[in-house]
Design a binder for this molecule. Structure first.
Ligand SMILES: *[C@@H]1O[C@H](CO)[C@@H](O)[C@H](O)[C@H]1NC(C)=O
Ligand SMILES: *[C@@H]1O[C@H](CO)[C@@H](O)[C@H](O)[C@H]1NC(C)=O
Ligand SMILES: *[C@@H]1O[C@H](CO)[C@@H](O)[C@H](O)[C@H]1NC(C)=O
Length: 389
């Protein structure tokens, strides 16, 4: 009784902040995403209820007011994992990651034990807002997946962590596979086995990934350098991303990777005002069937801001880094793009493929504005992640 009354009071209080428990409104490609809409904010009281509310067919605003710990809830598996040079890390500064997989052609089998819950994400139903309260909202040991045609999902202010970080294929934090209208805002990802965000092979649809912290600090790194390699893998069949105000730090690869040679795939990516910091490996790795417009991004101590492959595999890039290239946006997009900037980082390509501007000219209503690139480090570190709403 007491719990029920306090839950109702909490819902009412949160309802005053915003009708739907969500702060702000989806922008960019995910514009129009309303999640649970006007469904009253409600706080689950057990793990079973949390699972039911996330996965059922009812429009809901689900408040995460604590750490929900899934580790151990579905048992563990002890078996064999593949150890390769990414595991042995001779000369590295951290331990590596062994591979949970069924073949081991390029390594040796070692025994391993991993948590089962992290390997099967919760399938999020349509019309859901999943929102953390203050800095308390944590999903430990389980990720989220939107698939099978589900759509209209907001995930805001949640920390997803501890998905078998010792093992490649240990678990993905957020998966989009046959989705549409997803707003991933002000979350934090840390200690993930595999991808922090992954799409494919079904479409991700219209997605905005904003103000998130991708924290790659780990004891188990496939790059053997204490930095997580598997950051974002964007390879859906029809994906439109707005990627803005994110802080990617201490990662070492796929930050992000986008594109696949699967011919029918098309991926549009507008990256604005993101802060890439202390990346001991690569940030952008772009494959074909992609149209990529990057503006106002700041690369600080990034070994390889853009891989050489990105320039040769057919990806279409507009990577403004000069004033003249920035002005080049005006004729097709109607505004001057913001240039990208580097500090203590590897070289950045100045690619101005006009096909990118022509492609984005069809989606002008989804293009968001930018702030000055010089403010990005201070602004993004102050705003990105949980507890910052
Ligand atoms: C989600 O909301 C839309 C719009 O209200 C509705 O048409 C659709 O049926 C809902 N989906 C589910 C699974 O409730
Ligand atoms: C630029 O890089 C230097 C050396 O790596 C670092 O000390 C400084 O904080 C960086 N400045 C900014 C604004 O990122
Ligand atoms: C800093 O970020 C906030 C929130 O994203 C934005 O409203 C503001 O314009 C930014 N300020 C600067 C100076 O970039």
């Amino acid at each position: 009784m007491r719990a029920t009354i306090s839950a109702i009071l909490a819902a009412l209080l949160l309802g005053q902040v915003n009708a739907a428990g969500v702060t702000g409104t989806a922008f960019g490609f995910a514009s129009g995403t309303t999640g649970g809409g006007n469904a009253a904010a409600a706080t689950p009281s057990s793990l079973a209820q949390l699972k039911e509310w996330i996965t059922d067919d009812v429009a809901r605003t689900i408040m995460i007011d604590r750490e929900w710990d899934f580790t151990g809830t579905e048992g563990t598996t002890t078996g064999q994992c593949c150890s390769t040079r990414t595991t042995t890390c001779s000369g590295g500064t951290s331990k590596g990651q062994a591979w949970i997989q069924t073949s081991c052609d390029d390594g040796i089998w070692i025994s391993c034990t991993y948590d089962n819950a992290a390997k099967s994400p919760l399938d999020v139903g349509s019309n859901k807002s999943i929102v953390g309260v203050g800095s308390k909202g944590v999903l430990k040991g389980k990720g989220l997946r939107v698939r099978g045609g589900n759509s209209n999902v907001i995930v805001q202010n949640i920390h997803i962590t501890d998905l078998n970080p010792q093992y490649v294929w240990g678990g993905d934090a957020i998966t989009l596979d046959g989705a549409d209208k997803v707003w991933i805002d002000h979350n934090k990802f840390s200690l993930i086995g595999r991808q922090m965000i992954v799409s494919g092979w079904g479409k991700a649809g219209h997605v905005t990934i904003s103000n998130n912290e991708f924290d790659g600090v780990t004891e188990w790194s496939a790059g053997c350098n204490g930095k997580h390699y598997w950051t974002l893998l964007l390879i859906g069949s029809e994906d439109y991303y707005t990627f803005a105000g994110n802080w990617l730090h201490d990662v070492s690869g796929r930050a992000p990777h986008m594109g696949t040679d699967y011919d029918a795939s098309k991926i549009y990516f507008h990256g604005v005002n993101n802060y890439f910091q202390n990346i001991g490996g690569h940030s952008f790795d772009v494959d074909t069937n992609t149209w990529v417009l990057l503006e106002g991004n700041y690369f600080d101590s990034v070994t390889t801001p853009m891989t050489p492959n990105s320039l040769t595999k057919g990806g279409q890039l507009y990577t403004t880094s000069t004033v003249s290239a920035a002005s080049g946006c005006t004729s097709k997009l109607g505004y001057i793009c913001e240039w990208n900037r580097e500090n203590g980082s590897g070289s950045w390509p100045d690619r101005t493929d006009s096909t990118v501007l022509s492609a984005f000219a069809n989606y002008k209503q989804y293009l968001i504005g930018h702030t000055g690139v010089a403010d990005v480090p201070a602004n993004v570190t102050a705003n990105a992640g949980v507890g910052k709403l």
